[in-house]
Design a protein. Structure first.
Length: 135
């Protein structure tokens, strides 16, 4: 893994999650992020090392190797903070109680397959994007 890169773990078969990853890639002008599907070997390794229960958190997780990890709405807000444009302004929602933010996040996560669909296999990055994906 590259030093100084933050890792976004995502549900590789979820259409919403794959769309979010594509959205982030387009706005990651500083090349801050690397990506791995939760279903991949590296994804499973990172989750196990941090004792994250994927029965409770199974969509997006942000890992800052050697520093911290973020789940649910905290992960989304931390990611927004590293994007270009006006996206860092979303960090203002840190003032909203975590329980309320995570309730909304969990509602979307719980319904994501029904609302957005799912794929039979994890997304395969294009050759141009391959270097951004781990494992």
């Amino acid at each position: 893994m590259e030093d100084g890169k933050k890792i976004i773990l995502f549900d590789g078969v979820c259409n919403l999650c794959n769309g979010v990853v594509q959205f982030i890639i387009k706005r990651d002008k500083k090349d801050v992020f690397r990506y791995a599907a939760l279903q991949s070997n590296i994804g499973q390794q990172l989750v196990e090392e941090r004792n994250i229960d994927t029965a409770k958190v199974d969509s997006i997780i942000l890992v800052e190797p050697g520093l911290a990890y973020y789940i649910k709405s905290d992960a989304a807000l931390e990611i927004a903070g590293d994007l270009g444009g006006l996206w860092p302004l979303f960090k203002i929602f840190k003032w909203v109680p975590t329980s309320l933010r995570n309730w909304l996040y969990d509602t979307i996560a719980r319904n994501r397959y029904r609302w957005f669909g799912r794929q039979d296999q994890c997304m395969i990055p294009t050759p141009e994007l391959q270097s951004k994906f781990l494992g």
